[in-house]
Write a protein that binds this ligand. Structure first.
Ligand code: HEC
Ligand code: HEC
Length: 491
């Protein structure tokens, strides 16, 4: 979005929901509330997919910032295969953390009302909020975008691919944590559904076109339980385990960490001539809420097509429509589809470098932090992919693109199918945008940053990785200085 348009005050609908819904739920020995614990079990349960081989966490791995952790995939197509072999979606998984803090999807006509002439109303609104790169998980259904989102993957043929929501409810209710479901959602929330025989349910749920035979009354109960599955997941996604706020940035705001010189330079460029905070807002939200580094709006940065995206390979003429692909089907918004073609949601930058091998190159104690987070992993670090289609493989290249998109030549001579990030860098050019319409030429493309400044921006983004405040830091001299409380401003 442009620098001088400020979205309407962001609302945090989910915070309200949690208060209301957990009134009857008691904290237990763990730091998670029962509803959050339930959501966590569902989030990590691979049985909730047609071939019992995929959970939410397959594509949203905590240790790498709740995105996909497979270097091989990230280095190439960046799209994760579904439960059924050979089935692929078309986008890179964004972080599932901090998604609950997105406002409900809305069109802000207000901030374009510049005069008293009614004609001003005809000007395009600014679309804000929702989940997914294109905002289509609006939150209109369950009161929170992340809860609406959570109903999608189980039944999506290119993700967990179960044929019927009753399969999800059955496996939750009849599985190891069915009792917890009743505990959280009231007696009989799960256990009063009359199911067909186990064999019959299993047969239906293995068949991509299957349907569990249920009476109309039991169908209603299943519908309600399915909503509660989603609300439980969203509660976990809203918990302190997911939205941790334990990065260096947070430590700095609390007065427990002093930025290195490089991080300071990065912060100044982020707010200043890099223009990053025009979209990745770094100032605190309402009520001094910690910054989320997104304003939840949509933009087309001119990101090149990812030639290795399996969906693009199968559909050579396809270009990701982004926000337009969603709003073209919404009454009242459809007329704005063309002017929003190719726009993708501004993602949070929290954890953007977490778990990446690149993180090991920047900052003081990232190594220690990475190891702390990487417990139980085979590799210490991975290659991550960036942007909606995963074209970029490092934060350094992302920054270089912002800096030089309009400076370097277009990679004319390259076959579009070869124009990967690696090839573009080797040829010192940038491939044409995936969607040529609506590319933002005001806020990026020619930032005039030096190499040192590019690197500093990367270092500053590494300071957004959660886990710093959980890790033990040696009490060496440097660190004592860091612990000194410093009355803190925003970042
Ligand atoms: C096969 C990989 C895969 C699986 C499994 C998967 N996701 Fe995702 N997730 C994605 C992709 C890809 C997107 C982006 C899709 C888009 O924008 O069209 C996404 C988007 C999201 C978002 C939106 C984040 C934002 O800020 O917009 C959330 C939240 C999320 N997933 C949570 C979940 C949950 C909960 C589950 C399990 C019920 C799940 N995912 C299962 C790949 C996956
Ligand atoms: C005009 C708004 C805007 C500005 C200015 C902006 N960004 Fe972004 N940023 C976005 C959008 C929109 C995306 C997603 C685009 C896409 O996927 O096609 C994005 C994506 C990213 C990503 C990838 C995140 C991920 O999870 O894949 C990084 C990293 C990033 N931006 C960093 C920066 C930095 C650093 C700056 C300043 C140099 C900056 N951005 C300036 C809007 C902006």
């Amino acid at each position: 979005m442009s620098k001088n348009t400020i979205p309407a005050p962001l609302i945090y609908p989910f915070a309200l929901f949690i208060c209301a819904s957990t009134a009857t739920v008691f904290a237990s020995d763990s730091s998670l509330q029962p509803i959050e614990k339930l959501g966590k079990k569902i989030f990590f349960d691979e049985h909730l997919s047609i071939n019992r081989n995929q959970s939410c966490a397959t594509c949203h791995v905590p240790e790498v910032g709740w995105v996909g952790d497979d270097t091989e995939i990230n280095e190439h197509g960046a799209v994760y295969e579904g439960s059924i072999k050979g089935e692929f979606g078309n986008r890179k998984p964004p972080s599932s953390a901090y998604a609950t803090l997105a406002p409900l999807f809305y069109a802000d006509f207000g901030n374009r009302l510049l005069g008293d002439n009614d004609m001003e109303l005809a000007v395009d609104p600014l679309f804000v909020g929702g989940n997914f790169w294109d905002g289509r998980a609006t939150g209109w259904e369950l009161g929170n975008p992340a809860a609406d989102q959570a109903q999608g993957p189980f039944l999506n043929p290119v993700e967990q691919a179960l044929p019927d929501m009753a399969c999800v409810v059955y496996r939750v209710c009849e599985g190891r944590y069915g009792d917890l479901f009743d505990e959280v959602w009231g007696p009989n929330a799960c256990s009063n559904i009359n199911w067909p025989s186990r064999g019959e349910v299993n047969r239906a749920c293995k068949d991509p076109d299957g349907q569990v035979a249920l009476s109309p009354m039991d169908r209603l109960k299943v519908d309600r339980a399915y909503d509660r599955v989603a609300l439980s997941i969203a509660a976990f996604e809203d918990s302190s385990e997911s939205n941790a706020f334990t990065s260096k940035i947070d430590a700095h705001r609390a007065g427990f960490y002093e930025f290195t010189e490089q991080e300071k330079l990065g912060r100044d460029i982020f707010r200043g001539k890099g223009l990053c905070s025009a979209c990745h807002v770094g100032t605190p939200g309402p009520g001094a809420a910690p910054p989320l580094f997104t304003d939840f709006t949509y933009d087309n940065l001119g990101v090149p097509r990812n030639p290795e995206n399996p969906f693009s390979i199968a559909n050579p003429d396809w270009a990701d429509p982004g926000l337009a692909g969603f709003i073209e089907n919404v009454a009242g918004y459809a007329e704005y589809a063309l002017t929003n073609l190719g726009k993708q949601k501004v993602p949070t930058l929290r954890n953007v470098g977490l778990g990446s091998c690149e993180a090991l190159e920047y900052g003081d104690d990232n190594e220690e932090q990475q190891k702390g987070r990487g417990k139980g992993r085979d590799d210490d670090c991975i290659v991550k992919a960036y942007m909606h289609n995963g074209f970029f493989k490092s934060l350094k290249t992302v920054v270089h693109f912002y800096n030089t998109r309009d400076v370097k030549p277009t990679c004319e001579s390259l076959d579009i199918l070869d124009a990967t990030e690696e090839v573009a860098l080797a040829n010192d050019c940038w491939p044409a945008p995936e969607v040529a319409e609506n590319v933002n030429i005001d806020e990026l493309g020619d930032l005039g940053l030096t190499e040192e400044e590019e690197v500093a921006l990367v270092a500053f983004m590494m300071a957004m990785s959660d886990g710093y405040m959980d890790a033990d830091h040696d009490d060496d001299d440097d660190d004592k200085g860091n612990r000194k409380r410093m009355g803190k401003d925003d970042d």
